[in-house]
Design a protein around this ligand. Structure first.
Ligand SMILES: Cc1cc2nc3c(=O)[nH]c(=O)nc-3n(C[C@H](O)[C@H](O)[C@H](O)COP(=O)(O)O)c2cc1C
Length: 160
């Protein structure tokens, strides 16, 4: 079960989350969506099977402050065995298009050592983003399998 954690102000990123959920389900993977405002206090990210983080970008290519509960968890909870991906919407009018996606990926790389697959979409998803979302989900699912395999091997080595 993939947990899709999404922060959206005006609905674009939420719509992208729905498209990604659909693609996950079409690929045979169960998914649940959680809005950041609903997760305060009661979501241990390290217990998730897999996570896709969705965010818009604010300020000058920044992660919106509403994502703080998620960023704090990424920093404090052990996500090394949890396959993660990042998606977001932004506006290419700004110098750092979807900067929040890049920043979240960098943070995840720092704490997990893994390069999370990413998808950036211009404002509201268009029909042309359908195949991009499907391709992102395919890339994420192979990353998911690779991370799971790595951690099974690690556990086996530790019990030897
Ligand atoms: C004040 C402000 C700053 C923004 N800064 C950026 C930015 O630096 N980079 C970017 O790609 N988009 C930026 N955006 C655009 C939003 O990220 C974009 O509209 C996004 O799709 C909103 O997502 P939402 O509908 O899920 O809230 C900014 C928007 C506003 C209003």
């Amino acid at each position: 079960m993939i947990t899709v954690v999404v922060q959206s102000m005006s609905g674009n990123t939420d719509e992208l989350a729905d498209l990604i959920m659909l693609k996950l389900e079409e690929a045979g993977m169960k998914a649940e969506k959680k809005a950041v405002r609903d997760i305060r206090g009661n979501l241990d990210l390290s217990e998730c099977d897999g996570i896709l983080f969705g965010t818009y970008t604010w300020g000058n290519g920044e992660i919106p402050r509403h994502m703080k509960p998620v960023v704090d968890r990424i920093k404090s909870q052990n996500l090394t065995a949890v396959p993660c991906g990042v998606f977001g919407t932004g506006d290419s009018f700004y110098p750092h298009f979807c900067g929040a996606v890049d920043r979240l990926r960098s943070l995840l790389k720092l704490v997990t050592g893994e390069s999370a697959p990413a998808l950036k979409v211009e404002l509201l998803p268009q029909p042309s983003d359908d195949e991009r979302a499907a391709s992102f989900v395919r890339t994420y699912l192979s990353h998911y399998k690779a991370v799971k395999k790595k951690h099974v091997q690690k556990r086996q080595e530790m019990t030897r």
